[in-house]
Design a binder for this molecule. Structure first.
Ligand code: PMP
Length: 425
């Protein structure tokens, strides 16, 4: 057995000064039980905990660490930026470089930088409401768009793990304008438009949902959403906080009016963005009347980390990421099949996850029908074998370009032990 004494001590200390000992709920292992390991440092594909245990990392900080940890060029860029001052509260040329890099890769004509995905989606919704003069928003059950009030209705991610359909502290008035429909159900979206004629500002969707586990959009689903919003004078917000710059150079790039980004574009530092059509973005202050701001928006360290990361993400790297995801997904799936564990590998791209369920998963209800006890057994055996999977059955698995052939051999053995353990649940 691995020793976790220092992590246990950290968890005890943390719990007295930080709610649940963590600064973001899913880190607390609520979905799988047990005590989280506290991380001391990370390099390449591996995390090292405070007890000195090493783990192959399949979380990647929930997306940002696509190049692996402490990539020398990213670290150097951050160090160089830090030495020149950490925040100015005035514009810099680096912000233009990052905005140009993002607009050249995506469908956005203009973007604005913020510091978290939550801020990005909250701001995109404000633009949609301001531009249309309407209040209502349609979101999908199981899609997570950060923790702004309007989106905390049937959200996925940590909210799914904790089994909280909603959150106290969110006034009923804040979600009164949020219409929740099942994912992949275009008829439900059409019905929402019929029942709320002239009132819906926007539909928001994850370009490929990754917060109820990874769920593939049905053929043409994103396009149909776009067509429906067109026909009803509403806007489509494509949330690419998770998919952006991960599933391809620009993300999914499905047609939409507004897009949100985060995670990869900050290279592990707090940077996110929202953007889209120029006529919409130009309604933001100081050009237009829609207000949005941030003291640390476009922070020079985050911009340096993000820009360096994006520039290192060439076609070759995406090819490697796609190959790794395919190999790792299949490896886990064959180990589970051999052990006789019912599962469904959902892999619409290099973001993927495995549902411990016999059936194909196309929406949140189907995702919730999986056997989370089996996932917990699988997870804990892997942790013991030195593999860090997401501590929840409702999250994607993230590969990094730093993974090696050795890592794959390690995974093969670990998956087969973990699958045998899952079979006993
Ligand atoms: N949108 C999506 C699709 C996400 O996956 C997340 C975070 N997991 C967010 C928004 C919120 O981003 P952040 O945690 O940076 O606020």
């Amino acid at each position: 057995m691995r020793k976790h004494t220092e992590s246990e001590l950290c968890a005890e200390r943390a719990a007295t000064v930080i709610p649940g000992g963590v600064n973001s709920p899913v880190r607390a292992f609520g979905g799988v039980g047990g005590t989280p390991v506290f991380i001391k440092e990370a390099r390449g594909s591996r995390l090292i905990d405070v007890d000195g245990n090493s783990y192959l990392d399949l979380v990647g900080s929930w997306g940002p660490m696509i190049l692996g940890h402490a990539h020398p060029e990213v670290v150097a860029a951050v160090q160089e930026a830090a030495a020149k001052g950490t925040s100015f509260g005035a514009p810099t040329s680096g912000e233009i470089d990052l905005a140009e890099e993002i607009t050249s890769r995506t469908n956005c004509e203009e973007i604005r930088l913020v510091s978290s995905g939550t801020e990005a989606t909250m701001s995109a919704l404000r633009v949609a409401r301001g531009a249309t003069g309407r209040d209502k928003v349609v979101k999908f059950a199981g899609c997570y768009h950060g923790h702004a009030d309007a989106f905390l209705a049937a959200a996925g991610s940590g909210v799914a793990t904790l089994g909280a359909p909603d959150s106290p502290g969110v006034p009923a008035s804040a979600t009164a304008d949020t219409i929740v429909v099942p994912y992949n159900d275009i008829d439900a979206v059409a019905a929402a438009f019929e029942q709320n004629e002239g009132q819906i500002a926007a539909v928001i969707t994850e370009a490929v949902p990754g917060n109820m586990g990874c769920v593939a959009p049905a053929d043409g689903f994103n396009q149909k959403l776009y067509d429906l919003t067109r026909a009803n004078g509403a806007l489509l917000i494509s949330d690419e906080v998770m998919t952006g710059f991960r599933v391809g150079p620009g993300g999914v790039k499905a047609p939409a009016d507004l897009y949100t980004y985060g995670k990869v574009m900050g290279g592990g530092l707090p940077a996110a963005a929202f953007g889209g059509r120029r006529d919409l973005m130009e309604q933001l202050a100081p050009v237009g009347p829609i207000y949005q701001a941030g003291t640390l928006s476009g922070n020079p360290l985050a911009v340096a980390a993000g820009l360096t990361t994006l520039r290192l993400l060439t076609d070759d790297v995406y090819e490697k990421l796609d190959g790794l995801a395919e190999q790792i997904g299949k490896m886990a799936s064959s180990a589970l099949s051999e052990a006789g564990v019912a599962h469904y590998l959902s892999a619409p791209g290099n973001l993927f996850s495995i549902f411990f369920s016999e059936n194909r998963v196309t929406n949140f209800n189907e995702a919730k029908a999986q056997n989370t006890g089996q996932y917990a057994a699988f997870f804990h055996t892997l942790l013991e074998e030195g593999v860090h999977l997401p501590p929840s059955a409702f999250e994607c698995w993230f590969v990094s370009a730093a993974m090696t052939g050795e890592d794959l051999s390690h995974l093969e053995t670990a998956f087969s032990r973990a699958a045998r353990k899952a079979a006993t649940v």
